[in-house]
Design a protein around this ligand. Structure first.
Ligand SMILES: [Zn+2]
Length: 151
């Protein structure tokens, strides 16, 4: 298991506190009061540092949670094929225009189904002006996955 940077920092601070405790024990028998002051100051600093590392660890965890949520939103648009075309759906909602979402990441609702003069069923996007033909009428101009300009 690999440690996060925050966890590694906490381990280092704890190790340093352990060494400092040993130094303080040794200094008890010393008459050097400056040395005792330094050790005491160092201990205060390390305890402050430990608190900061703890706060950073919390912050880090929170950011990780947020990133995970952004990367995997609960309802992500997904492509579904309807007849001869692909639409985006979000759960039960849709269909949405595929090119608009792929290019601009905008969910644009499509018109209700329309029946063209040839009998083909299509939906239109009012933003990119494309028509999506769910059914084909076999003619020489119809293409598979057929999409024709609205105009
Ligand atoms: Zn569109």
């Amino acid at each position: 298991m690999t440690l996060t940077a925050a966890a590694a920092a906490m381990q280092i601070v704890n190790n340093a506190l352990g060494v400092l405790n040993a130094a303080r024990e040794r200094a008890k028998g010393s008459k050097d009061s400056d040395l005792k002051d330094h050790i005491s100051t160092l201990q205060d600093s390390l305890l402050e540092l430990k608190e900061v590392v703890r706060r950073l660890t919390d912050e880090n965890d929170e950011l990780r949670r947020m990133i995970a949520q952004l990367e995997n939103p609960k309802e992500k648009p997904e492509i579904r094929q309807v007849g001869a075309v692909n639409y985006y759906f979000v759960g039960d909602k849709g269909p949405y225009c595929q090119p608009c979402y792929d290019v601009k990441e905008k969910l644009v609702a499509l018109s209700p189904q329309q029946k063209g003069p040839s009998g083909a069923i299509h939906r239109d996007c009012l933003v990119c002006q494309l028509s999506f033909y769910e059914t084909h009428v076999e003619t020489s101009v119809s293409r598979l996955g057929g999409r024709r300009s609205f105009s």
